[in-house]
Structures are given as C-alpha cells and as structure tokens.
Design a protein around this ligand. Structure first.
Ligand code: ZN
Length: 160
C-alpha cells in the first residue's frame, strides 16, 4: 500500500544538519513516529519525499530550510521569567521546550540571568539544510475515527 493523503504512516527517522552529526532519531525513543499523512503533521519536504513510498522502504531525503523549519530570523530573542522553566538547569546553547499559548515550542537558551532567561525563538533547526534517513515501517488506511480526530490512534499515536 502506497503512502498517500489520509493514510496512516509509521516510520523511523534520523535527522542531521547536512554534513554533521545526527541531531535526533526516533530510534533513540524506541517507537516509530505515527502520522496521518498529508495533513501537515511533518515538514513539507519530508511529506514530499515520503509520498508514494511503501512499507519496508528506506531512503534519504535532503530538505532545504524553506521546505523544513524556515529561515532563521533576527530579532526573535525574548526575555522570559525563569519560573516558566521549572527546575531545569539552564545553560546557553541549550534547547528547551516551552509551553506557550500556541502549544509546546522548542527554543534555544541564549543567556541565563538571576530571574529572567533570554531565549531565541527561532526553531532550533531553522535555516538549516537537513538530511533525513527514513524507514517506512507501516502504511495502512486510517479509521473513520482517526480521520475525524485528525490524528493516529494506537501505537505511536494518541491513546484515549
Ligand atoms: Zn483521537
């Protein structure tokens, strides 16, 4: 069964900045990622590279910033009260996930003060050419319920 819009895809991925060490991999977490394909749940460049593939296929995809997390923007530094970071030990260059009104957001710590923290709101992978290694584990039809909810249920998906 080929990957197309509104099918469920489970896949493993590893991502690296072009020519550099791996940044993250789903194998580090264990479970493959599960998405409802064609609904913008992954970056556009990856959706384009996955379309039409089948379970068992492994391939690499190079994705430009425009098809990934966009270009880096200047002036996206924001000063945030330290209490929003909980008990984590903070250091410049560290990536943390902040809970915002728009959902969780990955930011990079720039400077740590006594009571405030300066963070760069650019996505940590913004402005980067990314190399993905993808292994398609499963492709299946989505259930009516999954289509209605807009996400995958079961392994790698929502449990509710
Ligand atoms: Zn649901």
């Amino acid at each position: 069964m080929k990957i197309e819009k509104d099918r469920v895809v489970r896949f493993h991925y590893a991502v690296a900045e072009a020519g550099k060490e791996k940044l993250e991999s789903s194998r580090d977490v264990g479970a493959p990622l599960a998405i409802l394909f064609g609904r913008g749940q992954i970056i556009p460049g990856l959706e384009a590279a996955m379309e039409g593939r089948e379970a068992g296929e492994s391939f690499s995809a190079n994705v430009s910033p425009a098809e990934a997390y966009g270009e880096r923007k200047d002036g996206l530094t924001q000063r945030i009260p330290k209490k929003h970071f909980g008990d984590q030990k903070l250091a410049p260059g560290m990536q943390v996930v902040l809970q915002t009104n728009f959902g969780p957001r990955a930011v990079t710590v720039e400077k740590v003060g006594m009571s405030v923290v300066d963070v760069d709101l650019n996505h940590p992978m913004a402005g980067k050419n990314l190399e993905f290694d993808i292994e398609i584990i499963e492709v299946r039809e989505a259930s009516e319920e999954e289509l209605a909810h807009g996400h995958v249920h079961g392994e790698g998906g929502h449990a509710h």
